[in-house]
Structures are given as C-alpha cells and as structure tokens.
Design a protein around this ligand. Structure first.
Ligand SMILES: [Zn+2]
Ligand SMILES: [Zn+2]
Ligand SMILES: [Zn+2]
Length: 122
C-alpha cells in the first residue's frame, strides 16, 4: 500500500524492473536503481483491475480516464506531507512569508510525479 499518494487510482508498471508501483517514490524505496523513463506508460486501474497503456507524450484530457471503466485516475495526489513551518525570522522583517501563505498549494498529479521522477532521483 502506497504511503505517498493516499488516493492513488492506478498502479504504474516500471519499465526497468517490470514491477507495479503506486508512485515513483515507492519505486525509489524498494528498487536499487533509478526509475527508467519511458514515454509509454503501463497502468493498472485499481477500480476494475485492468491494465492499459498511455503515451505520456500525447497525453490529453480524455486520457485521464481508465479506458475500461472510466475511472478518473489522474487526480490531485493526496500526499501526507507534514505542514511546512516557517522557522525563525521575524515576521515584521520578512513580509514575504505572510504573502506566500495565501498562495494555493501546488499539488502534484500522480502521473506527472512518475514522469518527473528521474529528475527527483537525481
Ligand atoms: Zn525499476
Ligand atoms: Zn508511494
Ligand atoms: Zn478501470
């Protein structure tokens, strides 16, 4: 069970070791090699349990749905990240902090997490 993306709708098969992962971080934790990047991605829908392929290069809005059961699988990832606390600095001096807090938090989307994973893994 993936502890990084709590609401994962699909599993993704890694092109390198051909195993199923809920997210790129799961791969990073269990594999001893970096995740191989491919434009063709193989998914398995968690709802209907069927597998399907998608080209990440040609990914459109209609591709965000499982072709078998229409499950919308590209969703904002629900991640259990700890709240970022602003440390130290006097608020009166650094007004930027107050401004930043009002900006909506950018949520990574599950599929793009995987696409960008090699960058993250360094
Ligand atoms: Zn692998
Ligand atoms: Zn994970
Ligand atoms: Zn499905």
């Amino acid at each position: 069970m993936c502890k990084h993306v709590l609401n994962a709708q699909v599993s993704i098969r890694s092109p390198c070791c051909k195993k199923w992962f809920d997210c790129a971080e799961c791969h990073a934790e269990t594999a001893d090699h970096p995740l191989l990047q491919r434009t063709e991605m193989v998914f398995a829908c968690k709802k209907c349990k069927k597998a399907f392929r998608k080209e990440a290069d040609e990914f459109e809005e209609s591709d965000e749905y499982c072709p078998h059961c229409d499950n919308h699988f590209v969703i904002d990832a629900l991640t259990p990240k700890p709240r970022l606390e602003v440390e130290g600095e006097d608020v009166r001096i650094d007004a930027r902090m107050l401004k930043d807090e009002r900006l909506p938090e950018e949520q990574p989307r599950t599929i793009f997490d995987v696409k960008e994973a090699p960058n993250k893994l360094g």
